[in-house]
Ligand binder design. Structure first.
Ligand SMILES: [Zn+2]
Length: 376
């Protein structure tokens, strides 16, 4: 359950426990797709201040395999990451492969070697337990947008049914069993259909999940559609005390808009993907490090930033590293973007405590105005 310590409108500051680890919200979770964030170590993430990292079940179950990760002590021990791990269910990747599914589960082929696998609600929980996850996600059915009403309804209804199966399996195997005591979050689907979203939220809210996630958004729909759906979901939650997680949203303005509507947790590959392409996030908007005029600049990526890259290197030097293909450039830009995201969430918390969240949103919108939406 989330302990709320401050509110500004629907925006909230608080904390909750996951398997004995404290997570303060609102928070951004860096994505360690294969157990670690590309080019960074677990200690890099710890130094940046993050309290929870997301790892992808789909990739880890295929390589190196859930059993190996389990034998090496779980994702945290495997990647030397001492804080909380949230694992997705694998569903998003599996459904993006146009996999075939039935009421029982979903069949898919490995992108690595073409081997065939099945994921069911029970198996998804079992694998996440083997991965040593602190926060598991129930397997859901992701539909594309746009989709016809029948497809959206089918996906939302099956997600609810699979949520029940996940809960039964989770409580029989994971909760209060052995040394670890992870959480299980349920996922609200429903596409861009307000009535269906409201129905799916009521169904998910009524079940004994430890947190509620909103899935199936940030898949290319206009931002207004996304914010409308967030409002529909939060409107059904009243004072529900559980953490709320908006999956796959990582653009700064989108995050703050969602925070102001009562969302607590976010994840996205965007900040580190942008960094690897030479784009860094600053309080003045995006900076394209590869731009020619950065070549002769002696100032850091962002004045006042104390990250490893800004504290030690000029823009000119990092541009040079990008130009010569030195992987150090990817690392320094990734560290900066994650440091900036961490600061953004800290600023959101302070703004909620001070009652000035609206002002922060205007400021960040101003910085990224004209940049277009930053999608994952
Ligand atoms: Zn920096």
């Amino acid at each position: 359950m989330l302990t709320v310590t401050a509110r500004d409108g629907n925006g909230r500051v608080g904390f909750f426990q996951a398997n004995g680890k404290t997570i303060h919200v609102p928070c951004f979770m860096p994505v360690g797709t294969r157990g670690g964030v590309k080019s960074l170590s677990g200690s890099d993430l710890t130094s940046l201040g993050f309290e929870v990292m997301l790892a992808n079940t789909y990739h880890l179950m295929l390589r190196p395999g859930a059993q190996i990760v389990k034998d090496l002590g779980g994702v945290g021990s495997f990647g030397r990451w001492p804080r909380a791990v949230l694992t997705d269910s694998g569903g998003y990747q599996v459904f993006s492969l146009k996999s075939s599914y039935s009421a029982h589960g979903v069949h898919f082929k490995s992108v690595y070697d073409g081997s065939r696998h099945e994921l069911t609600p029970e198996r998804a929980c079992e694998i996440q337990l083997m991965l040593g996850s602190d926060i598991q996600m129930a397997l859901d059915v992701c539909s594309e947008l746009p989709s016809d009403p029948g497809t959206l309804r089918g996906a939302a209804e099956l997600s609810v049914a699979w949520g029940d199966r996940a809960l039964r399996f989770f409580h029989a195997t994971s909760r209060d069993h052995g040394e670890s005591n992870p959480l299980l979050f349920g996922i609200v689907q429903g596409g861009d259909d307000s009535d269906l979203r409201a129905w799916a939220t009521r169904q998910t809210r009524a079940r004994a999940f430890d947190g509620l996630a909103i899935g199936g958004l940030s898949v290319g729909e206009p931002r207004q559609v996304m914010t409308n759906m967030i409002e529909v979901v939060v409107g059904q939650l009243d004072f529900d005390p559980r953490p709320r997680y908006l999956m796959g949203v990582g653009d700064p303005v989108g995050i703050l808009e969602a925070v102001s509507r009562g969302i607590d947790m976010f994840d996205c590959v965007l900040p580190t993907r942008l960094a690897r392409h030479g784009t860094v996030l600053t309080d003045l908007g995006k900076v394209h490090l590869k731009a020619r005029d950065n070549g002769s600049r002696d100032d850091p990526m962002e004045e006042g930033c104390t990250c490893e890259g800004c504290a030690n290197c000029s823009r000119g030097y990092i541009r040079h590293l990008f130009n010569v293909g030195d992987p150090t450039a990817l690392r320094l830009a990734s560290i900066h973007n994650l440091a900036w995201m961490y600061r953004l969430m800290t600023r959101a918390r302070y703004a909620i405590e001070a009652g000035s969240l609206t002002g922060l949103i205007s400021q960040v919108k101003g910085a990224f105005e004209g940049e277009g939406r930053l999608d994952c």
